[in-house]
Design a protein around this ligand. Structure first.
Ligand code: KG4
Ligand code: ZN
Length: 335
């Protein structure tokens, strides 16, 4: 089955064609138009600018995705689109385009949850990965611990109570003068520093699987501010390494708690922050120590992309889900 996946929830317009069968998950094309250069000027995503940029990019990108896959619109069997969560104006561009495509070509349409799509990216290079599994999704908007019961049934058992992990990376990176979004740059800087500054944990000290990144973010900001006021030198690599180490150990702490509680055999790490070299290693080490199989998408499928939407769309379709013509965008989605 040929699936067209459309993603426009934040600052990447993405369209992909995937060939999906029971035991086959193949990405035929994966086209992304990033708006980072535009939003960089403002230090973060400007919602209206994002919507307009999606509207400009989406048609051409769809053409490109079909042509790189070597197929025509008529050959597509299924259209999948992210409709939640995200910036509502941005989501509406993808949703409207997907409806138009499905309507004009007489194809079924399914709605895809962005967080479910991030996890589905892990299926692409892992033919043996099948639910049930446990997942940590860490992105610019979410940090969630999810019990994945089937391809389409999810229970969020832990979440951030304030900022997401990616948001903490980005905000601190910005204060340290790194370009938006600072996650990738922070990753590189962390490899060059000493993780010897003590920052407070992001793992909430109770019996939940929840996180809080805002206290950590404030502590790092205060550290930078105090150093500046005292006229003392700041080592950006050391701050990056210490922040990253704190985030990794906070994640390990909650994963240990989750493992005790759910005794899972497979762990998926997904979302934009799953591209972080140090977090990937920490999660892999954790899995080795506990005899858990570890899955993480290749780095290029960790950030927002259309392939993850196409893959999840296939499973939604298999489960009998169909979107009606009144499908709408929803800013905050449950999963
Ligand atoms: O999943 P994503 O592309 O968009 C959302 O759904 O939010 O995630 C974007 C986030 C940004 O905060 C970005 O800085 C972060 O992922 N990110 C990273 C890395 N690459 C991207 N964070 C840490 N290390 C990285 N290598
Ligand atoms: Zn995302």
């Amino acid at each position: 089955m040929l699936v067209l996946g459309i993603e426009s929830s934040c600052d990447e317009t993405a369209v992909s064609v995937c060939r999906m069968e029971k035991d086959r998950r193949e990405v035929l094309s994966d086209c992304i138009a990033s708006q980072i250069e535009i939003h960089k000027l403002y230090g973060g995503v400007v919602p209206e600018i994002a919507s307009r940029a999606h509207a400009e990019a989406i048609g051409g990108l769809c053409h490109q995705a079909l042509s790189e896959a070597g197929i025509t619109a008529k050959e597509i069997d299924l259209v999948g689109v992210t409709n939640t969560p995200g910036l509502v104006g941005a989501l509406l561009v993808g949703v409207s385009f997907a409806k138009g495509f499905a309507f004009a070509n007489h194809k079924p349409l399914v709605a895809v949850n962005h967080i479910a799509a991030h996890m589905a990216a892990a299926y692409v290079n892992a033919p043996d990965l099948k639910p049930p599994f446990f997942a940590l999704v860490a992105s610019g908007g979410h940090t969630s611990m999810i019990h994945v019961k089937s391809y389409t049934e999810f229970e969020t058992v832990g979440r951030t109570r304030d900022d997401a992990a990616g948001e903490a990376f980005d905000k601190i990176a910005r204060v340290m003068g790194m370009p938006y979004p600072g996650g990738a740059e922070m990753d590189r800087a962390a490899s060059l520093g000493q993780a010897d500054i003590v920052f407070p944990s992001a793992a909430i000290a109770d019996d939940t699987l929840d996180f809080s990144f805002s206290g950590l973010k404030t502590a790092v900001m205060n550290y930078l501010h105090t150093k500046e006021q005292r006229g003392e030198a700041i080592s950006i690599p050391d701050v990056a390494a210490s922040l990253t180490k704190t985030i990794c150990s906070s994640v390990e702490k909650k994963l240990t708690m989750a493992f005790d509680r759910y005794n899972f055999h497979q762990l998926v790490l997904a979302g934009g922050v799953a591209a972080n070299t140090h977090l990937r290693s920490a999660a892999e080490r954790f899995c080795e120590q506990h005899g858990i199989s570890f899955y993480v998408p290749p780095k290029h499928l960790c950030g927002d992309n259309g392939a993850m939407v196409a893959v999840q769309a296939y499973y939604e379709y298999e489960a009998g889900h169909r979107a009606a013509w009144d499908l709408n965008a929803v800013a905050t989605g449950k999963k």
